[in-house]
Ligand binder design. Structure first.
Ligand code: HAM
Length: 416
């Protein structure tokens, strides 16, 4: 039997209803912040991620699903959403629309990762991108949006951590000191870190190798080298979060795994598993990197699989929807009546089940019970002749006589 590729998941009906439930709640929050949905291609030109995410990141160096298509173009399955969204922003002239542009997405992402708990090769992200504002108020808006999403899902055990990783102006000075620190032990770092030393020393702080992590202890932190503008921006973010009564911790070790970040970066951590459920930050240089005008932006993405772990733990009681009515019919004329009623009632949004096997009375009863139908109506020869039937509430056993007219059956459900 052919099995699914490593690092992928089937989402079966016993889980998908919960995903939909959570996704609907999150969508309501996104809409309340006036974010609009965007959908971009699953695959893009490889160059988009090389330039956007950064040549020296793990994502680009180790994790991309890249192939040549039949026309010889290098194509990559999107490992994240921001690069594609910013490309779409530019390609569709969204820069000339009223600013800021507020976009959200819920899309599959692909990374060739070491598969472990919370780390898949196909996973989903719900993300939000606020493009156009350089103000600290935009950072706060986006962080509050993230927090509101967790609140709407009744997820309490989540910790917000923030940091500032400065801008190209202040990074130069910092990189010098960082290189001095790393340079002392460069020989002991892994090969990937060595290749990053000249090009992008900050990436070395993000290395997951045990030895490199040990060597990085005590490294100088970007937050201590911020220029006045970045410092003021960060102070404003912190003060605004405080006045909005949002709890947060400053974690100077957050560097994020993607190169486009500037100034504020943040993560929401699952306090139980320690996993980052949501990550984001400001990326003021990305639109320019893709050939647009200087356009500051800030955003985040949450890993839906990680989010669902937390949602399930905190919302165990929710249940999949059961059929409102099972119409039990035997015989051709009875089935015609059943089909007529089924068609009409389904249009009203009721969940209706009916026989499609030509099963016996007993077998249909058993099935209606197994699938948890809330009500049952039997259409037999007598019922058809008298145009009346008994509708039975399956949990109370209560029966009510009704006519077999659509309007009467509908009002039975409306008046309940
Ligand atoms: P990221 O930190 O790479 O950021 O991913 C965001 C979230 O996606 C993570 O916090 C995690 O919950 C989830 N995630 C990442 N990789 C995996 C994986 N292999 N398996 C399961 N879940 C995963 C970004 O992707 C940025 N584009 C976020 C952003 C948007 N920044 C600004 N705008």
């Amino acid at each position: 039997m052919i099995q699914k590729p490593k690092g992928t998941k089937d989402l079966l009906p016993n889980e998908s209803y919960k995903w939909q439930e959570a996704e609907n709640k999150v969508k309501k929050v996104l809409e309340s912040y006036n974010f609009k949905e965007i959908r971009v291609p699953v695959f893009e030109h490889t160059e988009l991620f090389q330039r956007g995410v950064g040549e020296t990141t793990d994502v680009v160096q180790k994790e991309m699903y890249t192939f040549d298509d039949k026309g010889g173009r290098s194509i990559t399955l999107r490992p994240e959403g921001t690069a594609g969204v910013v490309r779409a922003f530019l390609e569709n002239g969204m820069g000339s629309m009223p600013s800021p542009i507020k976009l959200w997405y819920n899309m599959g992402m692909y990374r060739y990762e070491n598969v472990q708990k919370g780390r898949l090769r196909e996973f989903h992200q719900i993300g939000a991108e606020l493009i156009g504002s350089s103000s600290y108020l935009a950072d706060v808006e986006v962080i509050l949006l993230g927090k509101s999403m967790f609140d709407s899902l009744n997820i309490p055990n989540i910790k917000l951590t923030i940091n500032s990783i400065g801008c190209p102006k202040c990074r130069g000075e910092y990189q010098k000191v960082l290189k001095e620190f790393i340079g002392k032990n460069l020989d002991e770092y892994c090969d990937t870190c060595k290749t990053r030393f000249e090009k992008n020393p900050m990436r070395i702080l993000d290395c997951k190798e045990k030895r490199c992590k040990e060597l990085n202890v005590g490294a100088p932190m970007m937050i201590d080298y911020l220029c006045d503008e970045c410092k003021e921006h960060f102070e404003n973010v912190k003060s605004m979060l405080n006045s909005a009564n949002v709890n947060f911790e400053i974690d100077a070790r957050i560097v994020r795994g993607l190169d486009y970040y500037t100034k504020t970066v943040f993560e929401f951590i699952d306090e139980k598993s320690g996993l980052t459920v949501l990550g984001g930050g400001r990326y003021d240089g990305l639109v320019e990197e893709f050939g647009g005008q200087h356009t500051p932006a800030v955003g985040f993405a949450t890993g839906v699989e990680r989010l669902m772990e937390m949602y399930n733990e905190n919302n165990p009681e929710s249940e999949d929807k059961k059929p409102d009515l099972y119409i039990l019919a035997i015989g051709e004329a009875e089935n015609k009546k059943s089909l007529e009623l089924t068609n009409l009632l389904r249009k009203d949004g009721l969940i209706i089940e009916k026989d499609i096997f030509e099963r016996s009375f007993k077998a249909q009863m058993k099935y209606a019970d197994k699938i948890g139908a809330k009500n049952l109506v039997v259409i037999g020869e007598n019922e058809l002749n008298s145009n009346t039937a008994k509708i039975k509430n399956m949990s109370t056993g209560e029966e009510k006589e009704i006519s077999l007219n659509y309007n009467d059956i509908k009002s039975y459900f409306i008046n309940k």
